[in-house]
Structure formats: C-alpha cells, structure tokens
Design a binder for this molecule. Structure first.
Ligand code: 5GP
Ligand code: MG
Ligand code: MG
Length: 186
C-alpha cells in the first residue's frame, strides 16, 4: 500500500506560510513594545505540543531579554475537542513568582484548558500573566479568558498544521489547513 501523502485529507489552505509569518512579526513587535521597559524578568511559556512551531517563530520576533519554558497539560478529549479536566503532565522548570509570564497557545476553542492553566499559574504569584494565541475560535467559547494577543480570529472549523494535529499527525505541515469530512476509520 502506498504511503499516505503528508497533506492527505486537507481540502483547503486557511492561512498560508506567508500570512502566518507576517502576522507573527506584528505580534512580536507588539510584545516587544509592551515588555521592553519592564524591570522584572519575562518568561515565555510554550504549551506543548500544539504551539511548538508558533512559539519558535514568535520568540524570534520578541526582541527583549527573556527565558523560554515549556509546559504540557493533559487532554483526555477526543480528536476534535479538548477535555473538561486539565492536569499538568510536565510542569515549568522556572519559578515564575514576581515575573512576567506570557503563555503561548496554538488555538483557543472552548477556553476551558486556558482558564485552568491560567488559574494554576496565578497561584504562583507571577507579576503578570498574558496570553498569546495564534488562533481564536470565538464562536466556541465556553469559559471566559482574557487574551491579550491574537494572531487570527477564525470560524468554527477544525484546523490543522503548523503545530496543530489530527491524531498526532500533520503538526509538520507549514501552513494552517482545513480537514475534509472525517471518514471514521482514518
Ligand atoms: P479548549 O480548551 O480551548 O477548548 O481547547 C484548546 C485545545 O483543543 C487546543 O490547544 C487544541 O489542542 C485543541 N483544538 C481545539 N480546536 C482545534 C482545531 O480546530 N484543530 C486542532 N488540531 N486542535 C484543536
Ligand atoms: Mg494547545
Ligand atoms: Mg490535539
């Protein structure tokens, strides 16, 4: 049997590499401007795994001294949705007390994951916590979250690529695409 094409099932390109790149440059400039005069340390947090490509590209556009850190939270939901319960699988290495934390997320859908993550981080008494998401699906919001930096507002469609997966695949696609009808045995 022939190996699947790496783009199999993608029916439409929603955001091209060029669109993503130029928007990230703007977000980096905004963040740089907002934090360049802060005295406290800045820690930029990558929520694994979905935001890995966005995080790597965004950090290159943030032109101030900063530290990177990584966090994995569990999601026992299905392929299309996150779960209602959030647990820390891999915690931050850094102590964030008194520091400015910028959480980088791939997509905010219901907002349930972020709401819980922000609450957990808030207990550690950081100086501030801001949120930067590449994609925002406002129509699906269930929990209110304050998002300071949004790459793109998108409609309620299942997207993948540029870090976002379907059953752990497609994260290496360099653009954001939309998946065709789900056939059930893929
Ligand atoms: P929330 O808690 O905001 O509903 O869930 C956010 C998480 O659900 C994202 O970090 C992502 O892992 C997953 N998710 C939500 N919408 C999509 C989507 O359209 N495509 C993909 N690949 N994952 C999504
Ligand atoms: Mg995510
Ligand atoms: Mg996923």
């Amino acid at each position: 049997m022939a190996k699947k094409d790496w783009e199999h099932g993608i029916i439409k390109v929603l955001l091209t590499e060029e669109q993503i790149k130029s928007r990230i440059k703007e977000l980096g400039e905004e963040i740089t401007r907002d934090f360049k005069d802060k005295e406290e340390e800045v820690i930029v947090v990558c929520l694994l795994k979905g935001s890995v490509l966005f995080f790597a590209d965004l950090c290159r556009e943030i032109k101030i001294p900063m530290k990177m850190d990584f966090m994995t939270v569990s999601s026992y939901g299905n392929e299309f949705e996150s779960s209602r319960e959030v647990k820390i699988v891999k915690d931050l290495d850094e102590n964030i007390m008194g520091k400015h934390v910028i959480v980088v997320e791939d997509i905010i859908d219901s907002g349930l994951t972020l709401k819980r993550v922000l609450k957990m981080l808030g207990h550690r008494e950081p100086k501030s916590v801001s949120l930067c998401t590449l994609l925002n699906k406002e129509a699906r919001r269930e929990a209110e979250v304050d998002v300071q930096y949004i790459g793109f507002d998108i409609a309620d469609e299942f997207v993948l690529g540029y870090g976002l997966d379907f059953k752990q695949e497609y994260r290496n696609i360099p653009y954001i695409g939309i998946m065709g009808a789900f056939d059930g045995d893929e």
